[in-house]
Design a protein. Sequence first.
Length: 175
Amino acid sequence: MRDVFAAGLSALLVIFVLVWLPACGGMMDKEKALDKDKAMMEKPGGMMMKKEQSMEVKPESMMGAKLRQATLVGAAGHHASGTAALTKGEAGTSLLTFSGLDMDGVPDGRVYLAQHGDYAKGVEVGKLTVFQGAVTFMIPERTNIDDYDGVVIWCKKFGVEIGHGTFMGGSNKGM
C-alpha cells in the first residue's frame, strides 16, 4: 500500500514540476514585461503605440495652452480623481491631457470625449493603461472638440463608467 501511495505522490510531483512550474514562470515573465512597459510609459517621453493611434506621456511643460479643463470624479462604487485638460499640441493637434490622475485600475479602460456625460454620444480617444500620473491622448483628426462638453472613463469589458468630468472654461474655437 505504501508503494502505491509513494508512486502516486511521485507522479503528482512530476506533473507539478513539468506542468505547473513552467506555467508560473511564463506568468512571471509576462508580469515583468508588463511592469517594464508601465515603467517606460510613466517616464516623461515614454511612448506606447496602439493600432489606431499613439498615446504619449509628456511633461506638462511641453503641452500647449489649456483651453478647457475638467475635474474627474469617480462614478458610483469607483475612484477617479485628477484633471483632464483640452490643449493644443506643438504641431497644432488637439490633445486631451490627464494630470494628477489617480483612479481604479480596470482591464479595458477607454477614454471618451462625451456629450452631456454620455460616452455613447462621444468619440473614443484611446485606451487607458496608466492609472496614476500624467497621460496625454491625441484627439482623432476631424473631431470637432466644441461638440463635446466632458470626458468619460469607461470600462468596455464590464460596461461600467469609472469616472467623468465636465469641461469648464472658454470655447475651443480656433483649434
